[in-house]
Design a protein around this ligand. Sequence first.
Ligand code: DGL
Length: 247
Amino acid sequence: MKIGVFDSGIGGLTVVKSLLEHRLFDEIIYFGDTARVPYGVKDQNTIIRYALEAVEFFKNFDIDLLIVACNTVSAYALDEMKQNAPFDIVGVVEPGILAAENSLPGTDANILVLGTKATIASKAYEKLLHRHDYYNIEAKATGLFVPIVEEGLFGGEVLNSTMRHYFGDMPPPDAIILGCTHFPLISDAIGKYFNNKSLLIHSGEAIVEYLQIHYDLSMHFDTTDLKLFASENPDALKAVAHKWLDL
Ligand code: DGL
């Protein structure tokens, strides 16, 4: 199966990492809109327009499925993308909820949702969590984590003081949905901040779980042909991919 993975920039490589680890696909085409990242501070119309342009990009490849790794795009543009695409499209919000449901013991669990300003403003996670009977939800826009991750500051004082700024002395929630592509890279630090008492839900792992339920992925591939595209400076994206994905 040949798939596409779309993100606003480099963050979607965290989803690619999970897909590669599980050896589910023989070919992955990745496109990061590095020229226009971040999407998380843009408005709905702009996010939809950019997402539809990405659909046009992927029409050049014979893909069977497009994974929208970007939470912001998943929150705002999935329906419009589906209406305009000749291939299946899966976002990361629904798989995130499924992963929470599969790992939490009951619907009274308290859940902290982290995401960009746009993702949190969309209430996409909250609405879906409500539909699954989860009501103890706190949603927090933690967009400063995005440039921190892009700087490679996965630990240290800048990250620690940003976590203090966002979380203060908040008690550990039962689960934290890492509702942004970048956040899995600082999941250790976030987990530690909450004394490793919270279950961390990562879009990459969640989407693997979701795909295994909804698609026939019984074949495992020894190698995956990964093709990387970016709207600006593809060499920088490739350098990050080599580092994060151990290519
Ligand atoms: N990829 C975005 C997301 O998952 C984060 C970066 C951005 O703001 O574009 O929401």
